[in-house]
Design a binder for this molecule. Structure first.
Ligand code: CA
Ligand code: CA
Length: 398
């Protein structure tokens, strides 16, 4: 495979694997995903991404290019959401690397998706990894990149079982022999214990369709609170509440109009107790927003001017740390520069600063101690097979 076609495949899989409202690797559209050479189907979206401006870093007033990062944990399999526990643990969702067997692959060329049970939820404490949920369904490209599956993970502040938000795919798009009972669900488990379905998030979307645009579901991020659990349905454009065994709508995201979807990829609790939601905003550069809600689900503020948000952390003093999955460099600059950056902003609207981080996702902050996922679309074996670019958690210093 030539370098060029390899790069196109990366783009195609990237766009199919992330929760665009109408495209995921498991979706009917993706089953017919073009190889990016035939000029049809998703190529319009692909073209939009490839033509993203490359000098956009200079567009932020007050830019300073901050300082340093240090890998804390490497060798992770498509790490996504991370969250802190009250006793200092870091919960990490790993979407896995797809299948370990060739007969678990469907599709052809750049649209090939391999499905297995390689996803997990782990807790890191004092540098040690402890898996608390394993055997989670995972779909990925043949090389294990751009997986989806266990995209969200966390724990309620009082402890209790760990939480996993599982992506959705129609069962008919799974390879023969692959069971689908985890898909679209909120799973809970005690360490070493059985995985239990706590709620069917996708069924809520199917039955209620909060955005009125038809059924499309991809549970992608989870937040455990004292008396409720919130799940962001990235394709449903909603935040679903699970409380006392009942699933209900916590918030429908603002509707930006036809042809654009908010796509909530991330949800976290800020230092002020409010809830912050990060959005992909249909991959529109500079258009993505952070939404701030009170605990009842009322929208308080919107912070604009971001690109493809995949993680958000908010400090009590108004500092925001925002992961921009495809911010900064474009796909056409790989391998000289990889897409992705983490932005330090604040709710007062003053200057922003940024750090180039390849494909960042989950992010947490306590004081000035910022930890973010890097290489979130890479398997443990590394992006493009380079072990230096395995999924990781980095410590950032702004
Ligand atoms: Ca819908
Ligand atoms: Ca929508």
């Amino acid at each position: 495979m030539s370098h060029t076609s390899g790069r196109k495949r990366v783009v195609a899989v990237a766009l199919s694997a992330f929760p665009l409202a109408a495209a995921s690797v498991f979706s009917p559209q993706a089953a017919a995903l073009p190889t990016a050479d035939d000029g049809s189907g998703l190529s319009g979206v692909i073209g939009e991404t490839l033509s993203l401006p490359t000098g956009s870093d200079a567009g932020n007033p007050g830019v300073r290019v901050p300082t340093s990062y240090r890998p804390l944990h490497t060798g992770l399999d498509n790490p996504r959401q991370i969250s802190l526990t009250t006793n200092g643990g870091l919960v990490v969702a790993e979407a896995g690397h797809g299948a370990d067997r060739d007969d678990r692959c469907v599709g052809e060329g750049g649209g090939t998706v391999c499905v297995g049970f390689t996803g997990s939820v782990s807790v890191y404490r004092d540098g040690r990894r402890r898996e608390v949920m394993g055997g989670l369904i995972s779909g990925a490209g043949e090389d294990g990149s751009f997986a989806i599956g266990a995209d969200g993970a966390g724990r309620r502040p009082g402890g209790g079982p760990y939480l996993a938000a599982m992506t959705y795919a129609p069962p008919r798009f799974l390879p023969p022999g692959v069971k689908s009972r985890q898909l679209g669900k909120l799973l809970v488990a005690q360490p070493g214990g059985p995985k239990i379905v706590r709620a069917n998030i996708t069924a809520f979307e199917k039955n209620n369709d909060p955005d009125g645009e038809g059924f499309d579901s991809n549970p992608y991020s989870v937040l455990g609170l004292g008396n409720q659990i919130l799940v962001a349905d990235a394709a449903g454009d909603s935040i679903v509440r699970v409380k006392d065994g009942v699933t209900s709508l916590w918030a429908a995201l603002p509707d930006p109009g036809p042809r654009i979807d908010p796509v909530p990829t991330s949800i976290s609790r800020g230092g002020n107790g409010h809830i912050y939601v990060g959005t992909l905003w249909s991959l529109r550069r500079g258009k993505a927003r952070v939404l701030e809600y009170n605990r009842a689900g009322n929208l308080l503020h919107q912070y604009r001017g971001f690109t493809t948000i995949a993680g958000v952390a908010a400090l009590a003093d108004g500092t925001l740390y925002v992961s921009e999955l495809f911010g900064g460099c474009g796909f056409d600059q790989i391998p000289q520069c990889f897409p992705g950056r983490v932005v330090e902003a604040n709710t007062g609207g003053d200057g922003r600063s940024y750090m180039r981080i390849p494909f960042p996702a989950g992010i947490v902050a306590r004081g000035d101690r910022v930890q973010a996922v890097a290489w979130s679309v890479a398997p443990a074996t590394g992006f493009g097979g380079d072990p230096n670019s395995s999924g990781a958690v980095w410590r950032l210093r702004f």
